[in-house]
Design a protein around this ligand. Structure first.
Ligand SMILES: Nc1ncnc2c1ncn2[C@@H]1O[C@H](COP(=O)(O)OS(=O)(=O)O)[C@@H](OP(=O)(O)O)[C@H]1O
Length: 303
């Protein structure tokens, strides 16, 4: 990847802060949603309201652990393939993370700017919709998402762990984890998946057919890579390829972030009761919605 020093610098700083932060003090609440004090501040959220999006910004929206670093890498590779310019990371790419001055600095960045975010639809600055930036919304089945999230806390030495999987599961179901509830995030976005500048992407589809999905992402963004370029990007975007480079791209946290990259890992942790609880939650909140169908819950979360 491009010079990611800012990227790694930000992650390392957050890890340093995490060392001194107990789980009970990890979160602060802003407009009803918990965020980690190690990555977000209320000053930055206030400043975010003034952020002016551009028509050619590329927004990558996802709940944590649904594959945002994967899409970030793919979009970066597509930009490189079509423009021969390496995408630079002058700021940590998650829009809501960092100091409150970052939006001023971002005014100077060349287009296209890539803006990753875990914010719910209604928490993003209105200029993203007003100026019709292109938005890729990435989803992953909620059971694997929860398992990935649990492991991230458990495995990264400097991030506070939950006492047990059962404890994490309880908090996840209540939405008392970083960036709040998966289900609220999904319900919020579900009404906007057919909006003009929005493209829905499913983690499990990427796993199943990476080259086809990359091609569709390129089309949506208005890029025209060759077949050969698509194949090259596919090879560079497999889990194995990205994990092998993860220390270089993401620093010390890399190998923990690129942990397993599989579909169905939830079967190793979910108890029968937890399965039932999540199946019921899914049924109540998303079954019957178009997003509910798009997530292919029966294929990936049952049986
Ligand atoms: N190329 C590729 N193929 C398959 N899976 C991949 C890939 N890249 C990232 N991942 C998996 O995505 C999970 C991390 O998600 P995010 O990048 O969204 O994490 S974060 O919220 O930004 O911290 C995390 O999932 P788990 O392995 O299940 O923990 C990563 O391994």
């Amino acid at each position: 990847m491009a010079d990611k020093s800012k990227f790694i610098e930000f992650i390392d700083e957050a890890l340093e802060k995490s060392k001194e932060t107990a789980l009970s003090r990890l979160f602060f609440t802003y407009q009803g949603i918990p965020y980690p004090v190690t990555m977000c501040t209320s000053e930055t959220f206030q400043a975010l309201d003034t952020f002016e999006a551009r028509h050619d910004d590329i927004v990558l929206a996802s709940y944590p652990k649904c594959g945002s670093n994967w899409i970030l890498h793919i979009v970066h590779e597509l930009i490189f393939a079509v423009s021969k310019k390496k995408y630079e990371y002058p700021e940590f790419p998650v829009l809501e993370c960092g100091d409150s001055e970052k939006y001023q600095r971002m005014k100077q960045f060349p287009s296209p700017r890539i803006l990753a975010t875990h914010l719910h639809y209604d928490k993003l600055p209105g200029s993203i919709y007003k100026n019709k930036a292109k938005i890729l919304v990435i989803f992953r089945n909620p059971k694997d998402t929860a398992v990935s999230f649990f492991h991230f806390h458990k495995d990264v030495p400097d991030i506070p762990s939950y006492g047990s999987w059962d404890e994490f599961f309880r908090q996840f179901m209540k939405g008392q984890v970083s960036w709040g509830s998966y289900f609220d995030f999904a319900i919020n976005w579900s009404k906007h998946l057919d909006d003009e500048n929005v493209k829905f992407i499913l983690y499990e589809d990427l796993k199943e057919n990476l080259a086809t999905e990359i091609k569709q992402i390129a089309e949506f963004l208005g890029f025209s890579p060759t077949e050969e370029q698509i194949q090259t990007i596919s090879v560079k975007s497999t889990f194995q390829a990205m994990r092998a480079k993860s220390q270089e791209t993401h620093g010390a946290v890399g190998p923990f972030l690129f942990r397993k990259g599989e579909v169905g890992d939830w079967k190793n942790l979910f108890s029968g009761t937890q399965n039932q609880e999540m199946d019921e939650k899914f049924k109540k909140s998303l079954a019957g919605t178009s997003l509910g169908a798009k997530l292919k819950y029966e294929s990936y979360c049952q049986g």
